[in-house]
Design a binder for this molecule. Structure first.
Ligand code: SAM
Length: 262
């Protein structure tokens, strides 16, 4: 007898996939991640990851610093579950805690290394771009003397046009981000010296943006008539347009390796 239950209509098990093809939740290549880990891991005893998501960079630092312990905080329970499963698989579960909590005003202990990648908004309630300065003051509070902060933060590579802003996201405006020099100056004003300044390349952006939707695009091509396909298609089309017509080439992502001034 033929099974009449097609996977297409079983909406309990066949749901659009989410971010299954991303290693990092941002434009970060394997090569840059390896350089970052190599730069900040030696001698580290404690790591705090703000807005850790599934905490891939935190886990890599712990692998590179065998005596270190880590804490990742995030609001997303699904991503934290992925983080805990990855830590278990890699034998790191006894050295890392992934906590489902807000990082805003966190009372977590200061750490030797503080990671905050694409998550400065988690440290501030101020309006953009002032949230960056407030987040940097929080990072200064959360890093131990002599320690390091790695901040992954958006900046304008060039001032976007009115048409690009209109295509980005609701209420996008020029004042939302700083230019790179001003971002670095803001870090200095918060009490840091910038040990390393680097920015995501076009290739890292394309890998990230394509990887972000690739699994769900394949799902849409496979199940065009699924009950969830219309809203899913609308969402990914909106996301892709926001990138291709909006922030592609205008929005950058800076990775700042910072040391607090004594
Ligand atoms: C772009 S993702 C970056 C994740 C991770 N740092 C990485 O690079 O792979 C931003 C993360 O910030 C988290 N986030 C947003 N607001 C937060 C808050 N108030 N407290 C903690 N995490 C927050 C989101 O849930 C999301 O996982």
């Amino acid at each position: 007898m033929t099974d009449t239950t097609t996977p297409m209509t079983d909406t309990t098990t066949n749901v659009p996939p989410r971010l299954t093809r991303l290693t990092f939740h941002g434009p970060l290549s394997e090569a840059r991640a390896a350089r970052l880990v190599g730069r900040v891991s030696p001698g580290v005893g404690s790591v705090l990851d703000i807005g850790c998501g599934w905490g891939e960079l935190l886990l890599r630092v712990l692998e590179a610093a065998p005596g270190a312990t880590g804490t990742g905080v995030d609001l997303n329970g699904d991503d934290l579950a992925r983080a805990r499963a990855d830590a278990e698989k890699r034998g790191l579960a006894d050295r890392v805690t992934f906590a489902e909590e807000s990082a805003t005003g966190t009372v977590r202990d200061p750490a030797d290394l503080v990671l905050c990648l694409g998550a400065s908004h988690a440290l501030s309630t101020a309006e953009a771009p002032h949230h960056t300065a407030e987040a940097l003051r929080e990072l200064r509070r959360l890093v131990r003397p002599g320690g390091r902060v790695v901040l992954g933060e958006g900046f304008w590579q060039r001032t976007p046009s009115a048409d690009e802003l209109a295509a980005m996201w609701p209420d996008a405006h020029v004042g939302e981000h700083l230019h790179l020099a001003d971002l670095v100056d803001t870090a200095i004003a918060a009490g840091f010296r910038p040990l390393w300044v680097e920015t995501a390349s076009p290739e890292e952006w394309e890998e990230f943006e394509s990887g972000y939707r690739s699994d769900v695009e394949e799902w849409l091509a496979t199940f065009p008539d699924h009950p969830l396909s219309a809203e899913t298609r609308e969402k990914v089309d909106r996301q892709r347009n926001s990138w291709l017509r909006g922030y592609r080439g205008a929005l950058g992502l800076a990775y700042l390796t910072l040391m607090p001034v004594a």
